[in-house]
Design a protein. Structure first.
Length: 100
């Protein structure tokens, strides 16, 4: 708004948002898929936790920020099963980077 000249409009955070939303959607879908594949390696309690968490994994940046504990639970479960859980743990990391 310097000098009031050449101003085109106000960016309400929508420029580039479509690409970010696509990335977020892809990251959530990837994590959901990996958690589905991981279930066969989980204990009954861990599998139940994953079932409870899945509906909360939405491609909504604000909602995911508020659900940080959900992502922490998923990362903890992925880490607990060792190398087989590493792809899911990395997917959680990518998702956390996106919601920054």
């Amino acid at each position: 708004m310097n000098g009031g000249q050449g101003n085109v409009g106000i960016n309400y955070g929508t420029v580039g948002a479509a690409a970010q939303d696509d990335e977020l959607r892809a990251a959530v879908a990837d994590l959901t898929r990996l958690l589905g594949e991981l279930r066969v390696h989980l204990t009954a309690d861990q599998a139940r936790t994953v079932e409870e968490v899945l509906p909360e994994l939405t491609p909504d940046r604000a909602a995911l920020r508020e659900r940080g504990l959900v992502l922490a639970r998923v990362a903890q479960i992925a880490a607990a099963v060792g190398a087989v859980g590493q792809p899911a743990a990395e997917a959680v990391g990518r998702l956390l980077e996106l919601i920054g």
